[in-house]
Design a protein. Structure first.
Length: 114
């Protein structure tokens, strides 16, 4: 089992910044992929950014140049630095871990006001 604990969501004005954190604990597989997805009301859950064990990253086109994903491997923690936030970034953000199995965090709300 892997547990994911997210933090860092909140309310911010357009143009502002937030940093999300996701700490993984439990049976962490050394080769894994961690990342962030988001789901806005009435929409499907979409990929935001992922980071592979080697440090390779991938981003949704809508967040490229504004969001940065990083990880602290010894702490099994992944971060999402979100800059220049837009109202369309408003969603529940979910941490994702994929190793032997796939796990999801409980979600953290990000609200961007115009």
């Amino acid at each position: 089992q892997v547990q994911l604990v997210e933090s860092g969501g909140g309310l911010v004005q357009a143009g502002g910044s937030l940093r999300l954190s996701c700490a993984a604990s439990g049976s962490i597989f050394s080769i894994n992929v961690m990342g962030w997805y988001r789901q806005a009301p009435g929409k499907q859950r979409d990929l935001v950014a992922i980071i592979i064990g080697s440090g390779r990253t991938s981003y949704a086109d809508s967040v490229k140049g504004r969001f940065t994903i990083s990880r602290d491997t010894p702490k099994n923690t992944v971060y999402l630095q979100m800059n220049n936030l837009k109202p369309e970034d408003t969603a529940v953000y979910y941490c994702h871990y994929s190793g032997v199995r796939t796990y999801w965090g409980q979600g953290t709300q990000v609200t961007v006001s115009s």
